[in-house]
Design a protein around this ligand. Structure first.
Ligand SMILES: [Mg+2]
Length: 221
């Protein structure tokens, strides 16, 4: 079993948590965007899977890291596909990572403020909450669409401060995206952790710059 990750819990008031790849298995999202969407897009446009995949990758590269990239309306309009309806088709792959519920319950007993902080579109968050029981564990849910900037964009944390009071020296943030963590580090969020294997079907990532969680049990003690 992976060993405990030492944290000065008494120093932490707020715990910000990413959703996809952090609390939920990223396999759903990877499967959806890299396999299911190209398949459906190919069928709709009478092109090959490879052609569809190339088109989607090109669209994706031009917006990556921006709010548009995370925006379902953007994809629905650009591709003329009902993205949410397609997500429902493969929703059986939406899964909470191991020991996440135990961890959230533990944070509650420690009296921490628990904030879901996601780049996912509100409709995507709602869809996930309708398949897995997660919503009730948060004090509040904030999406980057509420803020107007993606988590990896400059000014995100300053803008977040208008929505949520927090002290960066007493905040923890867990996210599987290094650009997002780098941005948080730069403005001084003190306790940063990442995830060693965001997608359960992919290899363990190289996470040298941040302490990585293998199993949330490592944070429960
Ligand atoms: Mg993530």
């Amino acid at each position: 079993m992976a060993s405990a990750i030492p944290i000065e819990w008494h120093q932490i008031n707020t715990v910000f948590l990413d959703m996809d790849g952090t609390l939920l298995d990223l396999h759903f999202d990877n499967h959806f965007w890299l396999e299911h969407m190209p398949k459906r897009y190919a069928e709709k446009n009478n092109i090959s899977y490879q052609q569809a995949s190339d088109i989607l990758i090109r669209h994706s590269e031009s917006t990556q890291g921006s709010l548009d990239w995370y925006c379902l309306d953007h994809w629905t309009n650009t591709l003329d596909l009902d993205v949410i309806a397609l997500k429902h088709e493969v929703a059986d792959k939406i899964a909470i990572r191991k020991n996440v519920i135990q961890f959230l319950t533990h944070l509650r007993t420690l009296n921490k403020r628990i904030v879901l902080l996601t780049n996912a579109h509100t409709d995507s968050v709602k869809l996930k909450f309708s398949y897995v029981e997660l919503e009730s564990y948060f004090d509040t849910v904030i999406t980057s669409h509420d803020i107007g900037l993606a988590k990896e964009e400059l000014g995100f944390w300053e803008a977040l401060a208008h929505h949520e009071k927090f002290d960066k020296k007493h905040s923890m943030f867990i996210d599987d995206n290094f650009d997002v963590l780098d941005n948080a580090k730069q403005i001084g969020i003190k306790y940063l952790l990442t995830i060693s294997q965001p997608d359960s079907k992919k290899p363990i990532k190289n996470t040298d710059n941040y302490v990585a969680i293998e199993d949330y049990q490592q944070l429960i003690y």
